[in-house]
Design a protein around this ligand. Structure first.
Ligand SMILES: Cc1cc2nc3c(=O)[nH]c(=O)nc-3n(C[C@H](O)[C@H](O)[C@H](O)COP(=O)(O)O)c2cc1C
Length: 338
């Protein structure tokens, strides 16, 4: 197995080892005022929406994780099937490996094969050459391209990048690639200044991937001999990243530490157009199997529709109007950072 494939398999094993379904995060400190008489009805139709021109059953999706290794191939095939059956979008893990190891294409393509008509998002790193990014989009018939910004993860890896002048290449990718582009973080959060810089360069959809869920400092720390555990706490909590993005007049995806349908609902109430879930879904599948994940996603669709009814909502249009209130530690962060 190549170094890159091996790294992906290590990430998979460590993401499982460190997963804690009950981990507290910023969503626990955010609350929504609920009407006791909502005048509403729970119905799956209320959460239907569209993504990149295709209709989807829910505004949440499976975020980028796997590809480029033997275990990834099996996972991507199953995730493709499940995304197709539940009609939600699926983002694949970084496909930058295909530039040097084109024989890994099958480990990504199995998802498209299993879900020929669904929304599939491909993912590359910020230094991928524009024509390589377009090739990957074409080969996987992708509906959109995610580009990940992962400085903390790179620094945490002894073999990682140390040069973070990425903007010029990002602009060139934008000029070349023919599908919508999402700029995403990987669990340390996108801040307002970076969003502004990217907006000036024409980007208009951001996946915030804040802290509170998967922590790549922790994962990389476990892979390496040198201690970088001190990096584990430097992320921007997802709720704060979301509030920052909401002030930037842009579309954004809420992600990082989504554990249940209430977190999704809160993310939508904070202004998220979509909500991304990575490790919670992966670990449901790793621990209980693919049928369990399928039923979990179907269940979450129903529970999200139930939440809309509880809060008196008839569609996804007016969720930001619900009154929000916060516990004091979160309120203090809001006062300091916004
Ligand atoms: C095993 C694993 C592999 C991942 N691989 C990628 C990747 O290749 N590209 C990427 O942009 N993000 C990757 N991520 C990050 C996720 O897309 C997501 O941003 C992050 O895990 C935070 O979401 P979560 O708390 O729901 O897991 C990976 C996450 C996990 C758990």
């Amino acid at each position: 197995m190549s170094i890159r494939s091996n790294r992906k398999e290590e990430h998979l094993a460590l993401a499982q080892k460190f997963f804690d379904a009950k981990q507290k995060n910023s969503f626990d400190q955010m609350h929504l005022l609920r009407p006791a008489l909502p005048e509403s009805k729970a119905a799956l139709a209320t959460i239907k929406t569209s993504m990149f021109g295709k209709s989807v059953n829910a505004p949440f999706f499976i975020n980028a994780m796997t590809g480029g290794s033997p275990k990834s191939l099996a996972i991507n095939r199953t995730l493709g099937q499940i995304a197709g059956k539940t009609k939600i979008a699926l983002a694949l893990g970084s496909a930058s490996i295909l530039v040097k190891e084109p024989d890994q294409l099958a480990s990504f393509y199995v998802a498209r094969e299993a879900n020929p008509d669904g929304v599939i998002i491909v993912n590359v790193n910020a230094l991928t050459k524009p024509h390589d990014a377009q090739k990957i989009v074409t080969e996987l018939a992708a509906d959109a391209l995610q580009i990940h910004l992962n400085t903390v993860q790179e620094i945490a890896m002894p073999e990682g990048d140390r040069d973070f002048y990425w903007l010029d290449n990002l602009k060139q990718i934008r000029q070349t690639v023919t599908v919508p582009i999402i700029i995403k973080e990987v669990g340390f959060g996108l801040d307002a200044a970076s969003i502004r810089l990217l907006k000036e360069s024409g980007f208009n959809l951001f996946d915030l991937a804040g802290s509170g869920g998967t922590n790549f400092a922790q994962i990389e720390n476990a892979r390496n001999n040198h201690d970088v555990s001190y990096l584990a706490d430097i992320g921007l909590p997802t709720v704060i990243a979301t509030m920052m993005a909401a002030r930037e007049e842009t579309d954004f995806i809420v992600s990082g530490g989504i554990r249940n349908p209430l977190d999704i609902f809160k993310g939508l109430c904070l202004g998220g157009k979509y909500v991304g879930i990575a490790n919670t879904f992966l670990q449901a599948m790793q621990e209980h199997g693919s049928q369990y994940l399928l039923e979990l996603i179907e269940g979450w669709q129903e529970e999200l529709a139930n939440l809309l009814a509880i809060y008196g909502q008839h569609d996804l249009e007016h969720l930001t109007e619900l009154k929000q209130y916060y516990d004091l530690p979160l309120k203090s962060l809001i006062e300091q950072l916004l």
